[in-house]
Design a binder for this molecule. Structure first.
Ligand code: C2E
Ligand code: MG
Ligand code: MG
Ligand code: MG
Length: 292
């Protein structure tokens, strides 16, 4: 009887399931096409020093320039790319984009800063991340100090041993390692230090609490004191207001990123940014970006 009921239930949902399955298949096919014809654009979001406003780095954030849909944000295609493993060829394209872009800016004589690249758990488990970066950096003559890698906290939870040796070998190339969305997973700081992580990017969920409740401030205070004791740099993600910025300055948070400073920008807008400084004059007022 249970079997019949189960079967019945399955049939009831089948049309919807196959609809969504069909949509996913269409999407996967479109993504495959997008990879073949490289329909991706990389935007760059500044990360700045909290007290000096100096540009520290640019985060590479991919967008899909879809022929019909226009600019598609990553959260609408990265998850499927991860499930279908299309993230592997896509990830290669993104690294190539970033290295080519850096070499173009360098050739133009611009004062380049490091670029941080987001790497998915899937890429970690199935691709050779180290070779992927090393190959393109060699091709485009990019010094290792100009590349950083962002890995989400949750993706470092898996096979500790393998991941830790891979991370070490990447770091041995001189590439900085950043923990993305910190605070959303369950890693301990000592674990992250053992993995030789250089920078903690505190998830914007905590930043958005600043000024609203005690919790956000308490969290930042604790993380900052421990991270600093362990020699790690702390970044607040998603800074959207002057209040949040002011609190982060008073807490001595090292670096900040967020719409209040700058949104992710198309490559054409970056040369201007590279020659500017985001002056953050505390506590009187915030003036940015300031022409130099
Ligand atoms: P993420 O790495 O944590 O990137 C931060 C996201 O927050 C970006 O969204 C950024 O635009 C957004 N953001 C920055 N400042 C603020 C702010 O002040 N307020 C708010 N509300 N949002 C802010 P985006 O570009 O849509 O990217 C979403 C996620 O997609 C990224 O999260 C990252 O996990 C993933 N992603 C993006 N590019 C790549 C990539 O090249 N490879 C991989 N594997 N994943 C990527
Ligand atoms: Mg990131
Ligand atoms: Mg993040
Ligand atoms: Mg995030």
């Amino acid at each position: 009887y249970a079997k019949t009921a189960g079967k019945h239930r399955f049939q009831f949902y089948e049309p919807r399931m196959s609809d969504s399955l069909k949509a996913r298949l269409d999407m996967a096919r479109a993504l495959q096409h997008a990879i073949e014809y490289d329909e991706f654009v990389v935007y760059y979001q500044p990360r700045v020093n909290t007290s000096t406003g100096e540009l520290v780095s640019l985060e590479a954030l991919v967008r899909w320039l879809h022929p019909q849909r226009g600019l598609v944000p990553p959260l609408e295609f990265i998850p499927l790319a991860e499930e279908t493993r299309l993230i592997l060829p896509m990830g290669e394209l993104i690294v190539a984009h970033v290295c080519r872009q850096l070499s173009l800016w360098k050739e133009a004589g611009l004062p380049v800063v490091p670029i941080s690249v987001n790497v998915s758990p899937r890429q970690f488990n199935h691709g050779n991340i180290k070779a992927l970066f090393a190959t393109r950096m060699l091709q485009y003559q990019i010094e290792s100090g100009l590349i950083e890698i962002e890995i989400t906290e949750s993706s470092m939870m898996g096979e500790q041993e393998e991941i830790s040796s891979e991370l070490r070998s990447i770091r041995a190339l001189g590439i900085k390692l950043l923990v993305d969305d910190f605070g959303t997973g369950y890693s301990s700081l000592s674990q992250l230090q053992r993995l030789a992580m250089d920078v903690l990017k505190v998830d914007r969920a905590f930043t958005s609490e600043l000024g609203k409740s005690e919790e956000g401030e308490v969290f930042f205070r604790a993380i900052l004191s421990m991270a600093h004791a362990l020699g790690m740099t702390v970044v607040a993600e998603g800074v959207e207001t002057a209040t949040q910025l002011r609190i982060l300055q008073s807490l001595d948070c090292d670096e900040i990123q967020g719409y209040f400073i700058a949104r992710p920008l198309p490559p054409a807008e970056i040369p201007r940014i590279l020659q500017k400084r985001f002056l953050i004059d505390m506590p009187r007022q915030i003036v940015f970006p300031l022409e130099m």
